[in-house]
Design a protein around this ligand. Structure first.
Ligand SMILES: [Zn+2]
Length: 222
């Protein structure tokens, strides 16, 4: 799939509204550990052998970390602390926010960085909040396009800025370690709202500041 086509898909994502709750009744830790034992047997190993004895517990615990974002409401994060800006109307940009996520198709890691910018209208948030918003969406089962749109939409909905731009560059381990086996391929997705969409100069400034991730990037914004 080409970069431009993938990027275009972001446009059709519905706006993100709050956290996606884990669906249905949640299994117990014991049931989760049993499921890991099943996967170990499925892979062809013996969950009872010494080296694997603690693995189901460790994997279950890791899952709680990987997917901690379901318990966080990013809108709430943004709502809690904002300040009135005193006429500051220049771009606020947070560049190279590292994140780890998992693709919802293979549960394989997606590792990359996000660039988040907005043009304040009347509200700004602390930069740590933007990092936590990225994290809250990353720590879920994701597709990169959806995550890109969710971050932009959350900022747009709560801060009501003049514009929001989110660019994510990431490597998908489901591509690099299985399937087509293409290490080193990064996927770039973007979501541009408001001024970043309508004003070419603002968009160019933003892309220049983040170092134009895909080289021929100018035509791929949405
Ligand atoms: Zn995948």
């Amino acid at each position: 799939m080409t970069a431009s086509r993938r990027v275009a898909e972001v446009a059709s994502e519905p706006p993100a509204k709050g956290p996606a709750e884990p669906s249905g009744d949640r299994p117990s830790r014991q049931e989760a550990e049993e499921a890991v034992r099943t996967l170990i047997r499925f892979a062809g190993d013996d969950p009872e052998r010494e080296g694997l004895a603690g693995t189901p517990q460790r994997v279950t615990k890791s899952y709680q970390e990987y997917f901690a974002g379901y318990a966080i409401d990013p809108m709430d994060l943004l709502k809690r602390t904002f300040e009135e800006v005193d006429g500051y109307d220049e771009m606020v940009l947070l560049r190279d926010i590292p994140f780890e996520s998992h693709c919802e198709h293979h549960l394989a890691p997606i590792i990359g960085k996000a660039h988040v910018a907005y043009m304040p209208r009347s509200r700004v948030v602390g930069i740590s909040k933007l990092v936590r918003v990225v994290d809250a969406y990353a720590r879920r089962m994701q597709i990169q396009e959806k995550m890109t749109a969710q971050i932009a939409n959350a900022i747009d909905d709560v801060l009501e800025p003049k514009g929001v731009a989110v660019v994510i560059e990431a490597a998908h381990q489901c591509m690099t370690t299985r399937g087509v086996h293409r290490p080193g391929v990064a996927m770039v997705t973007s979501r541009m709202l408001g001024l970043f969409r309508s004003d070419a100069r603002t968009r160019r400034e933003f892309l220049a500041l983040i170092g134009n991730p895909s080289g021929s990037y100018g035509g791929h914004h949405i």
